[in-house]
Design a protein around this ligand. Structure first.
Ligand SMILES: [Zn+2]
Length: 112
C-alpha cells in the first residue's frame, strides 16, 4: 500500500525534526496534497492513525490542504482543475495543459 509508505515517511520527517528541535508534543501536521498526487487522503489518514496508535503521535492531527492544478487552454483561457475530468469552460476542449496539482509536502508542524 502506497499510502502506508507515505505515512511512514511523514513520521520519519517529524521524528528527525524532533531530534533537532526537541519538542515533546506534535499537535498537528499540515500536508499539502495535490489533486494529481495519486494519494488517497482517506487511505493516508487510516495509515497514519494505524502507525501512530499508542505512540508519541497518537494525538497528532493530520490536516490536509488540497491543491488543484492550473490549466491553460489553447484558446488562452486559464482555469483551475477541480476534478480528474475537466474541460475548458470557454471552449469545452479537454486538452488544456496542466501545471501543478501534484504536490505532496509537509507545510506546517504545530509543536510544543
Ligand atoms: Zn478553451
Amino acid at each position: 500500500m502506497h499510502e502506508l509508505s507515505i505515512a511512514e515517511n511523514i513520521i520519519d520527517i517529524v521524528e528527525s525534526y524532533r531530534g533537532e528541535c526537541d519538542f515533546t508534543r506534535c499537535n498537528s501536521i499540515t500536508l499539502r496534497l495535490g489533486l494529481f498526487s495519486a494519494v488517497d487522503e482517506e487511505a493516508l489518514r487510516f495509515a497514519f492513525e494505524a502507525l501512530t496508535e499508542g505512540g508519541p503521535y497518537a494525538e497528532t492531527i493530520l490536516k490536509v490542504e488540497k491543491t488543484y492544478p492550473q490549466a491553460t487552454c489553447s484558446c488562452q483561457r486559464s482555469f483551475e482543475v477541480r476534478d480528474f475530468y475537466y474541460s475548458c469552460p470557454e471552449c469545452g476542449s479537454v486538452t488544456a495543459e496542466l501545471t501543478g496539482g501534484d504536490d505532496l509536502n509537509i507545510v506546517q508542524l504545530e509543536v510544543h
